[in-house]
Design a protein around this ligand. Structure first.
Ligand code: AMP
Length: 466
């Protein structure tokens, strides 16, 4: 199958051909026809499968081939598609893809996230924006200020929706959805299925096609995984030795906490190993700078909290190190998915101390694989060391609810003109927007046929249904 047999326009095919894409990936083969048909979609696909193009290419095709675009009340062209992502980095990456894939089309896109100038974004919104890629928080800031109008969105994409829910964005997402027109196409992408995703999908999607391209919680065979058991205080010297002895370059290291990431960067610096950290307490310019340096190969080590575990596409990343094991076993799969992409081989090393043995066994249960354990001479773990409790300071502890993003304060009352500008069909009685009742949507989801071909290793999709 080729991109042209999928029915995409010549301009889009030209753009992807220039990027070296010769044929669609499995998620693209399945998702593109669904999106082109205008139907809703619930898609399970991890980053690295080509999922961004699976929704962006048909979205671009649909928007560029429909000339019957209305204007907003103030005579502007409306924003027609909204792509929501959990992190600023993913928003920037998706936006770059929209620009690349759409370079031969007359569509304009914009990326919107926090940590950077609000007023610049406001100015940009005064000119034409067909596709808006945004993180929920900054988008709602614009909604509150009346600087964005979502009343003519035709397509809503929730990318990495499970991550957005884990990060506590559910209220923000529901608020944004309530500002959209009832008639629209909804595309919901998730990497790991959960009850929260099921609830969101049930309320949001209308007769969705359901597709899933890789078995969940599976690690790629192209990633060589290894565990080094080591004492808690020896992790840092061991990491420094591994980097130096093996001449590792482009190493992505995950720590559990922001503080741990900063401390490790400092310690590696003392050993003359060039490292920068990327986490939620860093300014956006520091995050962008560190990631850009790492991506272009001019930074040896990037130390990250789980903010970088999802979504980022760093081509041919050779080494991922879990300096700390993640508290949530699924994050292990996402973290090590940063390497071994697109058939390239990669190495994922976990430095595990006695405190983390139970986390290790949770991960092994999840991936249904025992990880080979090795010992580096001089770094064998002391078998008499007693385990200590891991402080629950992790950003990512969604199951306890402790990390839920606080509810945004209710929108300030808008001035009359602003209110008019941002007016969108709201739904009486707090009901979800959409032409169907909740019960009828639930029924629709239950009854929808799973008719997309399943890729190798696909789980039983019936289990996804309510
Ligand atoms: P994603 O899963 O969207 O993050 O994409 C992962 C990587 O796959 C990106 O670097 C894309 O440029 C690349 N990619 C997407 N679709 C294709 C394709 N059909 N052929 C080759 N590479 C692709």
């Amino acid at each position: 199958m080729s991109f042209s047999t999928l029915g995409l326009s010549n301009e889009i095919i030209r753009a992807v051909t220039e990027l070296g894409y010769t044929k669609p990936t499995p998620i693209q083969m399945q998702a593109i026809p669904v999106v082109l048909s205008g139907g809703d979609l619930l898609a399970g696909a991890q980053t690295g499968t080509g999922k961004t193009a699976s929704f962006t290419l048909p979205l671009l095709h649909r928007l560029s081939s429909d000339n019957s675009v209305k204007t907003t009340s103030n005579g502007c062209s409306p924003i027609r598609a909204l792509i929501l992502t959990p992190t600023r980095e993913l928003a920037a990456q998706v936006s770059d893809s929209v620009v690349e894939y759409g370079k031969y089309l007359k569509l304009n896109s914009m990326v919107m996230y926090g940590g950077v100038s609000f007023s610049q974004q406001k100015r940009r919104l005064n000119s034409r924006v067909d596709i808006l890629v945004a993180t929920p928080g900054r988008l709602l800031d614009h909604v509150q200020q009346g600087t964005v109008n979502l009343s003519q969105i035709e397509v809503l994409v929730l990318d990495e929706a499970d991550r957005m829910l884990d990060m506590g964005f559910i209220r923000d997402i529901r608020r944004i959805i309530s500002l959209l027109p009832k008639q629209r196409q909804n595309l919901l992408f998730f990497a790991t299925f959960s009850d929260k995703i099921k609830d969101l999908a049930t309320g949001l999607l209308n007769h969705p096609k359901i597709i899933e391209v890789a078995r969940r919680n599976v690690t790629a065979d192209t990633v060589a995984q290894k565990v080094y058991k080591v004492d808690r205080d020896m992790k840092r010297p061991l990491l420094a030795q591994l980097i130096r002895q093996n001449n590792w370059y482009q190493v992505l290291v995950f720590t559990r906490t922001k503080y741990g990431a900063d401390r490790l960067v400092k310690q590696l610096g003392q050993e003359r190993i060039q490292a920068l950290a990327i986490h939620g307490n860093k300014s956006q310019s520091a995050r962008t700078h560190a990631l850009a340096k790492f991506k272009n190969g001019s930074l040896q080590v990037l130390v990250a909290t789980d903010i970088a575990a999802r979504g980022l596409d760093i081509s041919e990343l050779p080494h991922v190190v879990n300096f700390d094991l993640p508290n949530v076993p699924e994050d292990y799969v996402h973290r090590i998915g940063r390497t071994g992409r697109a058939g390239a081989t990669g190495e994922a090393i976990s430095l595990v101390c006695v405190d983390e043995y139970s986390l290790l066994s949770d991960i092994e249960k999840l991936i249904q694989k025992r990880l080979p354990v090795e010992v580096v001479t001089g770094f064998a773990a002391n078998s008499h060391t007693q385990p200590e409790a891991i402080p629950s300071t992790s950003k990512h502890q969604p199951r306890t609810g402790s990390n839920q993003r606080p509810a945004r304060s209710p929108a300030k009352p808008l001035s009359k003109t602003k209110a008019k500008k941002s007016a969108a069909p709201t739904v009486a009685g707090g009901k979800k927007s959409g032409s169907r009742s909740g019960a009828s949507r639930r029924k629709a989801l239950r009854l929808s046929k799973i008719d997309a071909p399943q890729a190798e290793g696909t789980g039983n999709l019936k289990t996804l249904l309510p």
